[in-house]
Design a protein around this ligand. Structure first.
Ligand code: NZQ
Ligand code: ZN
Length: 387
């Protein structure tokens, strides 16, 4: 492993009673009364969560930013910053999935600067402070509820970029698995694919001797995979939702990368596609990850053998090439088996567009990926295989 320092200040409040602690948790971080709630396109109103939250916030003066999009847009973040600045908001509560949380992170940081929020994403402006915020999570997927990262889309430039700052760890995250009962099945699937993809990104890392990480990653991955057949038949199974929610959180809160960063090339490949086509992040990953694995396993096969052994218990006596293929095929058929897509053509994406996606992946040098650096030729080969 590489030397490391682990830091994660987010208070994680987990379980059926977590939502009810909202007011008490806010008061741990502010004496102020002005609260901004941020949410998405309306699911919280349909599920009754909005009314419940308003009751819990009865003692505060509540402002609202509705309509944070899936793949959150910088225009909406600008509206949030305006509300915070004009009303001197003391604390923000993000209610939703990764998109609402990521948008809120940028609102909280940009509200402390004079710059446009996009300057933070493009690293032209440095974050030195942020309005404190907490989270009520409604979708198990991104891990944004317990990390300091955020991914924002700019439709003027067709860019979808990640940024992060230690100032935007949520102060607390309230995780009640019951709130995920109302998810459409495809969003549950996207969450499973995304959380598994975070684990896979970190499994393929740049360090040696990662036995603890390998064991944690493959253990969490197997636990998540076990839930999938049950959740389709019974979306209100509490224990299943509990496992999926905690699994998604630990997959990207830093615990799975003690001593390395992970590869992260596939996330970059996916963000470039959703910057142009606005497809759900989990669906893009389900298509691209198996092709990244098929490509990179030609050059660094050993790790892919171990992946097949750790995660899919492949027969160790098979020739290595067969073990590798088994691991990748099992992963892809698990994802397609639960309803995820496997080809870019699913979205009517044409071969002529692949070069545009590739251009967008190289915003920071000529290669990317910490386990195996991809150059342009490699990127094009992976996109073509995914077509
Ligand atoms: O907008 P509403 O009406 O609330 O509906 C949402 C949205 O349409 C719906 N939904 C959420 N909770 C629900 C619900 N519907 C019914 N019942 C509930 N309980 O689900 C839809 C998708 O929500 P979204 O927040 O977009 O999904 P997700 O959590 O998968 O977030 C995806 C975004 O996070 C980024 C992705 O790139 C994408 O932009 N990521 C953020 C990361 C991070 N900050 O660490 C890491 C990830 O790798 C990822 O890149
Ligand atoms: Zn992801």
């Amino acid at each position: 492993m590489n030397d490391f320092t682990f830091y994660n200040p987010t208070q994680l409040v987990f379980g059926k009673t977590s939502t009810d602690q909202l007011a008490d948790k806010i008061k741990q971080f502010t004496n102020g009364k002005k609260i901004l709630i941020t949410y998405g396109g309306g699911s919280i109103k349909r599920t009754g969560l909005y009314d419940r939250v308003m009751k819990l916030l009865a003692e505060f003066e509540v402002f609202e930013l509705a309509g944070i999009e899936p793949n959150p847009r910088v225009e909406t973040v600008r509206k949030g910053v305006q509300i915070v600045k004009e009303n001197h908001i003391d604390f923000i509560v993000a209610i939703g999935g990764g998109s609402v949380i990521d948008g809120t992170k940028l609102i909280s940081a940009a509200s402390k600067l004079d710059n446009d929020p996009w300057d933070i994403v493009t690293k032209k402006a440095e974050v030195k402070d942020a309005v404190p915020f907490g989270v009520i999570l409604t979708l198990a997927a991104t891990g944004s509820e317990m990390n300091a990262g955020s991914v924002i889309t700019n439709w003027e430039t067709n860019e979808k970029l990640g940024w992060g700052s230690p100032f935007v760890f949520p102060k607390f995250s309230l995780l009640n698995p019951e709130l995920t009962y109302t998810l459409p099945y495809n969003q549950t699937v996207n969450g499973i694919v995304d959380s598994m993809s975070h684990l896979i990104e970190q499994y393929f890392n740049e360090a040696s001797n990662t036995e603890i990480g390998d064991a944690m990653i493959s253990g969490v991955m197997k636990a998540i995979m076990k839930q999938a057949p049950i959740v389709k038949a019974n979306p209100e199974n509490y224990e299943v939702r509990e496992t999926l929610m905690l699994g998604a959180t630990v997959a990207l809160n830093g615990f799975m990368r003690l001593g390395y960063n992970g590869d992260w090339a596939t996330h970059n490949l996916e963000h470039a596609v959703s910057a142009v086509h606005d497809i759900p992040h989990g669906e893009g990953l389900a298509i691209l990850f198996p092709e990244w694995m098929r490509y990179v396993s030609q050059y660094k096969p050993e790790r892919f053998v171990k992946f097949a052994q750790d995660v899919f218990d492949v027969d160790h006596t098979l020739p290595e090439a067969e073990q590798i293929q088994y691991g990748i095929d099992q992963l892809q058929s698990f994802w397609t088996g639960i309803g995820a897509p496997s080809k870019l053509s699913h979205y009517d994406i044409k071969e002529e567009e692949l070069a545009t996606f590739a251009d967008k992946t190289f915003f920071n040098g000529d290669t990317f990926g910490n386990f195996y650096p991809l150059n342009r030729e490699a990127v094009m080969a992976i996109y073509k295989a995914a077509l």
